[in-house]
Write a protein that binds this ligand. Structure first.
Ligand SMILES: [Zn+2]
Length: 305
């Protein structure tokens, strides 16, 4: 495997805002002087002991000593390898770029530079992205999270958009879409695999998502640290949905509400599950729903007869 270029790592460490990354995971850091404090996710923290410094873009916990950069944060909170963390953050670059000074001078002349793709152009592009991001942050309703469920066997997918990322929204997707879908196909959901995001993991008796799973007798397994391939199916799906749904839709249309976007997303998901053939190992050119139905027949013959 090729080594990750140092400048990519450097760019991620300097461009991705640790504070925004932490906030995007559902934490709510509180401002304290020039820094921010938050309850440490790495030890049983009663008072917020983890300090995030926007200036250095680093974190440090005075309780357990955990410390590091945005990359360390992703490794520890999501249980992934260094390489995988870099990949995750690379995908997040456009949305989690650190704020920069707004463009004050005319940019007309600079637009040509933008096309040539040198570092100045990239800087300008980052400024534009940051501007949009700032505007979005001032309108919390414009900030969307997608909860995604993908069947690792048949690749059937369900997604729902939310304005927050919490255990409740994670459970809502299962309750509103996933379990009814499998019930309609007369299949039980026995096991759910998630990453180690805080919306999925916590103390059972205090955590809504884990409670929901246990009430429905669904076993919960989490992706193992240093085994990024367990997450590959979801990543592949995210790439597909980005290229085939979000990019063309957002280019074509300005969405006024989350509901509007969800409506188009549902239409695309319907196409994805029922009409779009899949070339993966299990699907072999069938649609995900066909693969699921065929798989069910095999399963019934094996276990029911
Ligand atoms: Zn700590």
């Amino acid at each position: 495997m090729a080594r990750l270029p140092d400048d990519v790592i450097k760019q991620i460490k300097s461009t991705i805002s640790l504070l925004r990354l932490v906030e995007s995971q559902g934490y709510q850091p509180k401002k304290q002087g020039k820094d921010y404090v938050v309850s440490c996710p790495f030890h049983n923290d009663k008072t917020p002991s983890l300090v995030i410094s926007p200036k250095t873009n680093l974190y440090h916990c005075f309780g357990c000593g955990a410390a590091g950069s945005v990359i360390d944060w992703v490794i520890k909170t999501q249980g992934v390898s260094f390489r995988h963390a870099v990949e995750i953050l690379r995908n997040d670059l456009p949305t989690l770029a650190a704020p920069v000074q707004p463009v004050t001078r005319s940019t007309v002349q600079k637009m040509e530079v933008l096309l040539s793709g040198d570092s100045e152009a990239r800087q300008l592009l980052n400024q534009v992205v940051s501007y949009y991001h700032e505007t979005l942050l001032q309108n919390p309703e414009a900030l969307d999270y997608q909860q995604t469920y993908v069947d690792t066997y048949a690749k059937v997918a369900h997604c729902k958009l939310y304005t927050t990322k919490t255990p409740i929204t994670a459970a809502d997707l299962l309750n509103d879409r996933v379990l009814p879908f499998y019930a309609s196909h007369e299949l039980p959901v026995l096991r759910i695999l998630t990453d180690r995001g805080t919306e999925y993991c916590g103390k059972l008796e205090q955590h809504d998502y884990q409670l929901y799973l246990s009430v429905n007798e669904i076993e919960h397994t989490k992706t193992k640290a240093r085994h990024p391939q367990t997450n590959g199916i979801c990543e592949r799906f995210h790439k597909t949905i980005l290229q085939e749904f979000y990019q063309p839709s957002l280019r074509r249309k300005i969405y006024g509400s989350l509901e509007d976007l969800q409506m188009d997303l549902d239409e695309w998901l319907n196409y994805y599950n029922n009409e779009r053939t899949h070339q993966g190992k299990k699907c072999c050119g069938r649609t995900p729903v066909q693969t699921l139905e065929d798989g069910k027949k095999i399963w019934m013959e094996k276990f029911v007869n």
